[in-house]
Design a protein around this ligand. Structure first.
Ligand code: GUN
Length: 291
């Protein structure tokens, strides 16, 4: 049976580091500030945005939640970003993804000051990640996955890592982090067009699932003893659940846990880490702004 990788516990450790760093910044008269912009009413996005704001409040990070209607125009969202770019109380800006269809997300991301891009989605920060330039911002979810892998004591150097999914939010940055000097894994990026996907996945000492399909990764995708990181947060209908749905990952947890060496649960795995790393990035932005 696999060892559980406890994301809540590791996130608490990261948040304790954050509390210390915030106290030091406040002694210098700096309060880190994060603006979270939500366009529209996507229920999952509302949950994420509220939990980000709550975590800021707990830590003593100044936060602003800006909610624009689901009919908001591109110009309105751009205007909001530009105002936040010049607001000295705001060190980090996050526009929750995905926005409604009339919004061109790429243009919004490019409008964010790269020094405030705590999501790490701006092309300048994407380039810095590829260049292994530590001054950039690393996207929060893959940064959290790396921290979980390290916390689990998993050797990445020379390991075979397979990332399933090639998104800009998770798959691509995750692959870059795993192959970077210091991590030194041998990385395969698999996706919906990959031939013999199960066979490719079975090569993995470290398997990262970021496909957004409930329980897509089955036991026959997993090598015995592998480390399995489940990035999926899927809502699946469940009449017996209070809300009418339950959360499940991209990994068929029960059967994979019997084969894996270690595994992250959903919820309580990658999810809490994403928020913790966002707090880290906000502190990093505040510290850099002071310099
Ligand atoms: N939607 C899902 N994950 C993320 C994230 O890390 N940042 C933003 N802005 N939107 C998301």
């Amino acid at each position: 049976m696999a060892t559980l990788i406890d994301g809540k516990k590791v996130a608490e450790e990261v948040l304790a580091e954050c509390a210390q760093e915030i106290a030091e910044l406040k002694e210098q008269g700096i309060t880190p500030g994060l603006a979270v912009v939500l366009v529209g009413e996507d229920p999952a996005s509302q949950v994420y945005v509220n939990s980000k704001a709550r975590k800021c409040a707990e830590l003593g990070i100044h936060s602003e939640k800006i909610v624009l209607s689901k009919e908001a125009t591109q110009a309105e969202v751009l205007e909001t970003v530009k105002r936040l770019n010049t607001d000295p109380a705001i060190h980090g800006i996050l526009v929750q993804s995905p926005p409604p269809p009339q919004i061109n997300e790429e243009e919004i991301v490019r409008a964010i000051d790269p020094a405030k891009d705590v999501d790490g989605f701006h092309p300048e920060n994407v380039a810095k990640l590829a260049l292994e330039d530590a001054s950039g911002f690393v996207p929060c979810t893959p940064a959290g996955c790396m921290r979980l892998i390290k916390a689990a004591g998993v050797e990445t150097s020379g390991a075979e890592a397979v990332v399933v999914g090639r998104s800009m939010i998770v798959g691509k940055p995750m692959a870059l982090l795993l192959m970077a000097r210091g991590s030194d894994a041998t990385v395969t990026v698999a996706h919906s067009r990959t031939r013999d996907l199960a066979e490719v996945c079975r090569r993995a000492d470290i398997l990262v699932a970021a496909v957004g399909i409930p329980e897509f990764i089955r036991a026959d995708f997993v090598k015995k003893g592998a480390t399995v990181i489940d990035v999926g947060i899927n809502r699946v209908e469940d009449a017996t659940a209070k809300r009418g749905y339950r959360l499940c990952g991209d990994v068929a947890y029960d059967e994979v846990a019997e084969k894996a060496g270690s595994i992250t649960p959903v919820p309580g795995g990658v999810g809490p880490m994403t928020i913790a790393m966002l707090m880290k990035n906000t502190i990093k932005a505040a510290r850099a702004a002071k310099a």
